[in-house]
Design a protein around this ligand. Structure first.
Ligand code: BMA
Length: 387
């Protein structure tokens, strides 16, 4: 039996590497589960839109890390298909993220969500590796000093690339990230596949990797260096890489700084509803982003979005009709910031209380739509094909 298997093995491998036309991760050495996840998601994006929620498994506005708790589940009875987690400050070896979430608990919930059969996506609001080393000498200390949002220097990306004066600092940061990623294993020791979305919203200029803070070439080099570090140097083959921009109005604008099909697995877009024109703008952008993704055999997502203030039926009247037109893999809404005492109001004023329920009633229309997929529906699809 063993000799038969040995004989068959090279055949099986060559059959697979010759199935060129099957959509595959950019990483040619991606683990079996990662390849299976990629293919499942590629197929699934034509059938329905998964719902994702950032930090859903970690906290809600009034609760903090309770076993098996989730705002999505509290409200609909099911977990989100996609669970988002944030890595900011992992690069500094901190125990907790910039949102005070414990990294060991994040790793725990990644394992739990994977076991349940859900999709995992990780974002990274990395501190500014250049300005965080310099004391803030401005007259009024800036809240953003040294953070991901510190855009006071245009040298930062160049300074961390090979040859730059902060290159070793950057390597140390990537090393720490790689250490965390290497620990993401299931009970059998197999690496857990996940979607990694660093350096996000490149078309905006509010992060140190933003479009007017570095050149397109520097941005692409930053991406390539990161992937090569994690994939080739650290031997991590369980990562699907998501390219991402903020609001864009043309494909040309979207692709500025794109590092290449050989490092990217997903073309994703972040767009929040800031008013009337949102539906039209989202429609235009999803049209060109998703058709470009399919042309390149990549995954797609509306990887961050959020409703318009004061609008009761945003989920069913604005979001759903637009995303339903396109092969969008998932839509993810951002975290429900933990604020048990309410929003901080102006000094001397009482805090503004949180809404009693985590989602508006209209979220149920989104949940009940035959177009949307939550965890149970994903479980039926068995996206990792584990035995
Ligand atoms: C932002 C905000 C911040 C948070 C960051 C990372 O969009 O929610 O408060 O620190 O994401 O999660």
């Amino acid at each position: 039996m063993r000799s038969l298997l040995l004989l068959l093995l090279p055949v099986a491998v060559s059959v697979c590497s010759s199935c060129d036309n099957a959509p595959s991760p950019a990483d040619r050495d991606a683990t079996k589960e990662t390849v299976t996840l990629f293919r499942s998601l590629y197929k699934l994006q034509n059938n329905g839109i998964m719902y994702g929620h950032q930090d859903d498994l970690m906290y809600g506005r009034t609760w903090w890390y309770e076993k098996d708790r989730s705002d999505t589940k509290d409200f609909t009875g099911d977990y989100p298909a996609v669970a988002g987690f944030e890595l900011g400050h992992l690069e500094l070896s901190r125990e907790r993220s910039l949102d005070s979430v414990n990294f060991a608990q994040i790793a725990e919930q990644i394992k739990v969500h994977y076991k349940r059969g859900g999709v995992i996506t990780l974002s990274w609001h990395a501190d500014n590796p250049l300005t965080m080393q310099i004391p803030d000498t401005s007259a009024r200390p800036r809240r953003t000093h040294g953070t991901a949002w510190d855009v006071s220097s245009k040298e930062v990306v160049a300074s961390i690339l090979p040859g730059g004066k902060n290159h070793e600092i950057f390597n140390t940061r990537l090393e720490r990230l790689a250490g965390f990623f290497a620990g993401l294993k299931d009970n059998n020791g197999a690496p857990i596949p996940f979607i990694f979305r660093p350096y996000h919203e490149h078309s905006g200029s509010f992060f140190w990797w933003g479009t007017s803070i570095c050149t397109d070439e520097e941005y692409a080099a930053l991406w390539r260096y990161t992937v090569e570090f994690l994939r080739d140097k650290k031997g991590l083959h369980n990562i699907l890489y998501a390219y991402n921009t903020d609001r864009v109005t043309s494909l040309e604008q979207y692709m500025r700084g794109y590092p290449g099909d050989d490092v990217i697995d997903m073309l994703s877009l972040d767009m929040y509803d800031r008013g009337e024109q949102f539906g039209r703008e989202l429609d235009t952008a999803l049209n060109f982003v998703t058709s470009e993704a399919l042309k390149r055999k990549k995954l797609t997502a509306l990887s961050e979005t959020g409703g318009r203030r004061g609008m009761d039926n945003w989920w069913s009247a604005v979001l759903l009709p637009v995303v339903s037109k396109y092969p969008v893999g998932y839509v993810l809404t951002w975290r429900h910031t933990y604020m048990p005492r309410g929003f901080p109001a102006r000094p001397g004023m009482p805090p503004v209380q949180m809404p009693a329920r985590p989602f508006p009633d209209d979220f149920m229309n989104f949940y009940n739509s035959p177009r949307t997929l939550f965890l149970k529906e994903i479980q039926e699809e068995d996206i990792y094909k584990r035995k």
